[in-house]
Design a protein around this ligand. Sequence first.
Ligand code: HEM
Length: 69
Amino acid sequence: MSPNVNAAVPGLLDVFGGRQSARTIHFLCAFGFVAFVIIHVAAVLLSGAFNNLRSMLTGRYDLKGRREE
Ligand code: HEM
């Protein structure tokens, strides 16, 4: 998509089927990354942010109804 890279490696344009097609692929991949992050952050928050953070830091996860001996 960058004219600079285009000048250095002209063959890349054909690999992606032209600049507009590269833009479309870039947009779809970028959207995929953003959706991935949003969904995973939401999953962490919904499954108990405090418990998850504590387990990341200490290795201990509070399982409801289970007592550690
Ligand atoms: C090695 C990684 C990346 C490179 C080299 C890169 C390169 C570029 C370039 C050159 C443009 C300008 C396109 C134009 O002039 O039309 C652009 C636009 C854009 N990039 Fe990236 N990008 C990268 C990663 C990402 C990531 C990870 C995201 C988002 C998760 C992203 C989102 C966007 C968006 C939203 C635009 C504007 C839309 C467009 O112009 O088509 N990019 N990127």
